[in-house]
Design a protein around this ligand. Structure first.
Ligand code: ADP
Ligand code: MG
Length: 146
């Protein structure tokens, strides 16, 4: 599916609604250039669980964990990851299925991702704050259509 948002708030609202359908162990792989809105989307998603204020870019930590009684989120930044060994060292395979995975710079580890990944590609449109969001694998969200 594809949607267009015209403000950061619209992107966050879309992600918030998406979050309301999750079971808690989904894997989201984000694709798109710097400044396109990946972290903004992730803030919206985390806000559904009351975790928005904890969200920060895991640029140096490679992975941030946000947790409360509602959810556990693993937020990865794969910008500096480019081998299977690097990926293993982030704890990626140890944490799978223990929480919601949100992966920025998935381009770098695309070939190592499991099959049941929800792919979210964000691109700028011609208008200043316009973003086209393309989602693949939404069938891995059990309650997606409800
Ligand atoms: P990334 O994580 O992809 O590098 P960020 O989410 O950190 O990007 O930054 C995206 C920037 O683009 C923010 O300053 C945000 O306010 C802005 N922006 C403008 N329009 C949109 C939109 N429609 N959706 C998401 N972000 C937007
Ligand atoms: Mg980011």
């Amino acid at each position: 599916m594809k949607i267009i948002t015209n403000t950061p708030e619209e992107t966050k609202n879309f992600a918030y609604k998406l979050a309301s359908k999750l079971k808690g162990n989904e894997i989201f792989a984000f694709y798109g250039d710097l400044g396109v809105g990946k972290t903004t989307f992730i803030r919206g998603l985390a806000s559904f669980f009351g975790l928005e204020n904890l969200v920060s870019s895991p640029t140096f930590s490679l992975m941030n964990e946000y947790q409360n009684d509602n959810a556990k989120i693993y937020h990865f930044d794969m910008y500096r990851i480019n081998s299977f060994e690097d990926l293993e060292s982030t704890g990626f395979f140890d944490y799978l299925d223990n929480g919601i995975f949100l992966i920025e710079w998935s381009e770098n580890i695309n070939e190592y991702l499991p099959g049941n990944v929800i792919k979210i590609k964000i691109e700028k449109t011609n208008s200043e704050d316009g973003r086209m969001i393309t989602i693949e694998g939404e069938n891995y969200i059990e309650n997606f259509s409800s």
